[in-house]
Design a protein around this ligand. Structure first.
Ligand code: 13P
Ligand code: ZN
Ligand code: NA
Length: 283
């Protein structure tokens, strides 16, 4: 069966590695990251956004993830990424998701606490992990003034009270990363990661994993980031492989002929990211 992500993430935090959490959009992407985890002997978190739940159906996704989990003794979790809607959270839990993110980071702090606590009251009863976000990931521009940037990043003292008040299992503090590929290098506030990790003991989640230089990933993980989300790079690898097939053979009409290279490209990238997170051999 699918595993709750709580135990693996606590183990990761305690032992200074991160679990790779891959956003998947198709069955082939899911299979490719599962293959990479099995080959790496690594725990794995499969995740989908709300958009993908609408695209594929939570039941189809959960069924495919269950098949993956039944084929290995490695812990595989299924996580709902960046969900703002309580009802979708509950539907996904019912479908078999073992972890959910309630993203109320766009609301004022008190409302974020309330919305997170509400999800925890249902999720905890069924052993489902809850992730929440403090500060705002993304939208950080290179030329943003320090004060404004500071306002977007998670405040370490708020992290302490947020964890205490909500009982959240895993925390995604905004520390300067962003979704998508960075124009230059990301502007990661490592001191802030250290301060947050020093004051809360829950596993921390690194969002915006695509495009972070490897040495910076390793540094963030060493400081306490125990889950790294990777979405954009995976989509690009998948799509580019398909585009290459059609550039060479515009008339190709056998889905297996373009899905096989796409799967291989996703698997190669997932192997790299698993190694970078330090979770290979941790299964
Ligand atoms: P990237 O698209 O930068 O990999 O971010 C992934 C993410 O944080 C998903 O929640
Ligand atoms: Zn994210
Ligand atoms: Na990114």
């Amino acid at each position: 069966p699918l595993s709750s992500t709580t135990a693996v993430l606590r183990h990761a935090r305690k032992h200074g590695y991160a679990v790779a959490a891959f956003n998947v959009h198709t069955l082939e992407m899911l299979q490719a990251v599962v293959d990479a985890a099995i080959e790496s002997d690594a725990p794995l978190i499969l995740q989908t956004t709300v958009g993908t739940v609408q695209h594929l159906g939570a039941d189809y996704i959960a069924a495919a993830a269950e098949v993956a989990a039944s084929r290995t003794r490695l812990p595989i979790g299924l996580h709902l990424d960046h969900c703002t809607d309580y009802n979708v959270v509950v539907r996904c839990i019912r479908a078999g998701y073992t972890s959910v993110m309630i993203d109320a980071s766009m609301h004022p702090y008190e409302e974020n606490v309330e919305r997170t606590a509400r999800v925890i009251s249902v999720a905890a009863a069924v052993g489902v992990n809850v992730e929440a976000e403090l500060g705002k990931v993304g939208g950080v521009e290179d030329d943003i003034v320090v004060d404004a940037r500071d306002a977007l990043l998670a405040d370490p003292e708020e992290c302490v009270s947020f964890v205490a008040r909500t009982g959240v299992d895993t925390l995604a503090p905004a520390i300067g990363t962003a979704h998508g590929i960075y124009k230059g290098d990301p502007n990661i506030d490592f001191d802030r990661i250290a301060r947050i990790a020093g004051s809360v003991d829950v596993p921390l989640v690194l969002h915006g994993g695509s495009g972070i230089p490897p040495d910076q990933v390793r540094r963030a993980v060493a400081l306490g980031m125990a889950k790294m989300n990777i979405a954009t790079e995976l989509r690009i690898a998948f799509s580019d492989a398909i585009k290459r097939v059609f550039e060479e053979r515009p008339g190709e009409n056998d889905p297996r002929k373009y899905m096989v290279p796409a799967k291989e490209a996703v698997k190669r990238l997932a192997l790299e990211k698993i190694a970078l997170c330090g979770c290979a051999g941790r299964g």
